[in-house]
Design a binder for this molecule. Sequence first.
Ligand code: MSP
Length: 670
Amino acid sequence: MPESRTAYYVTTPIYYVNDRPHIGHAYCTILADVLRRFHSMFGCETFFLTGVDEHGQKVEEAAKKRHMTPQQHCDEMQAHFRDLWPTLDISNDDFIRTTEPRHERVVKQALQQLFDSGDIYKGEYEGFYSQRVEKFFTEDELIDGKCPETGGEVQRIVEANYFFRMSRYQQRLIDHINANPDFIRPESRKNEVLGFLRKPLQDLCISRPKSRLSWGIELPFDSDYVTYVWFDALLNYVSVIGLFHDDPRFRKWWAASTHLIGKDILTTHSVYWTTMLFALGLDMPRHIIAHGWWLVDNTKMSKSLGNVINPLAMRDKYGVDSLRYFLMREMVVGLDSDFSEESFLKRHNFELANDLGNLANRLVGFASKQMGGVVPAPGSGSGHAADAEVMKMAAELPARVRGHVESLRVETAIETVMNFVRRLNRYVAETEPFKVIKTDPAAAGAAVYIALEGLRIALNLLWPVMPKKVENLLGALGGCRVVDSLDDLKWGGLVPGSVLNLPEPPFPRFDLPDFDHIPAGAAKVDRSADGAGISNVAGGAGPAKVAGSPAAGAQAGDAVLEHATFDDFLKIKLLVGTVLTAEPVSGSDKLLKLSVDLGEQQPRQIVAGIGDRFPVQKVPGSQVTVVANLKPRKVFGIMSEGMILAATDESGLSLIAPVGTPRKPGTRVG
Ligand code: MSP
């Protein structure tokens, strides 16, 4: 591999070994896989890392319950992740377990270096520990004495511990984020981190006394302690590539690193990890990309609700390619999405079976019957004006797709390809080779060639998303192979005379059962761990999926609007409300508790994630638009009985309200 190739190093979070893989884990790992495959087509040399996080209290306790040693427990559990990935066509280069000696060595060396440099010191710790998220909180941060992230129990702990001087690096971190606007993506998450950094950073407690927890990496300078699990886990990104070992892999990959994470672990990555790197004298990763959550019926998945989507079940039911396609096509990186089998099946049937599968089927079927089962010759074209249009679109497609992928608009990249596939279907309808063959076989052959060649180009661009299916389909088109680089994806790759062989429809349709709930996309709610964005658009997730300015490389018309029926719209009850009072929710920078008059007997209580962008004193008296028929739910322990609509861009947030004369509270919008 020539040294001059640009490097691309992509990582996923390392998953807690106790968990069973769910669709959220599968999404992030598939996204990493798709990005790595795209980047290899862009000419980059790529490295893709995933793995499991094996230390900490939860693991120790789970092992105890099973009468096993923690190591035995981990050895067994890690296989759930390691063995799943190949079955989802995930092509990671390495799989790290934090109990591996290669990792422990690096963690110990990092600890020693920071201890020697004075960045780790001993002090007294008092805090409230949430075992669920393996994090400490101050008393102020608790909500009703409970964990602010999960609402679960916390333990009060006072003990001597070691601290990392995180505060020392606060300003450097702020400067780095400001100087590198695409360091934390998307923009809304960057702003969230900058907001967090407005308050002085505390130092980070990075040890646990062995008397309380022994399942961790021992501190090299005090054998009575083990390392805090996050301090250990974050170092996986550099231990694998050989930090401290003068490893050429470290030099090659670190500067090219992209961390994919869920939005709930933004602080640990953007603040803990980055300041650790500063202290170690290392460069920042190139990008930290926070994706949203998969919700089910707009609710977070949880074991207790029994709504956890198992990726294995989905794969077995619908096939790995459709699963990957759905996950990549449905979610806008950074926003939440609702997982429903209804939207899954619709995507499969309409886009894969109808648009893509039918095109391949019709063309190959026709050529098999009428053209000797081989790729016809393009000759001098079909004589139809659409030839030139299709060829121009095909020539522009790779660069457009690349532009979208580089701006993390994976769903738009896919849609751009699918729009081209739909254009090809129309092209076949326009040129009518099925009829024309009777009078002008050469022109009919040319039309089939152009459509097949267009299909070959489209399929290549879908390879990162559906590698197996595309390889098979390309093979069926005269034994074509996936191109190594987009530079090789040029018109004319399909060889006339080569054999077409597609024995079965590539994407059989699935029956659509009767679904009787609101379709996915109708009301997407951003529910990050800190409750951000409950007010829907304010949090960046909303019915209009396109957030912020168009991505570089994107072209007008690429962004796709989902079609809702009028009936869908009517299911959402939008009412004008007048805000009576507003107060901040303690422990959250974003949340405001509002009391809103909707013309009902009692004002409604609504928790809205607008506090960081909208001054609290400006809210009372304002008119707002309220989604009034959402099921009430608790946010930060406070019941919220509706959702406020707002529009946000980089410069701020506006509430959506009647323009001009105020309207009576309770007036219907629509
Ligand atoms: N072990 C830590 C990460 C350490 S990285 C140095 C951890 N593990 S986790 O297994 O709990 O979560 C891993 C990732 O899964 C997180 O990025 C989280 O956002 C993601 N997901 C968990 N549930 C999710 C959804 N419902 N949807 C999408 N991803 C979500 O945190």
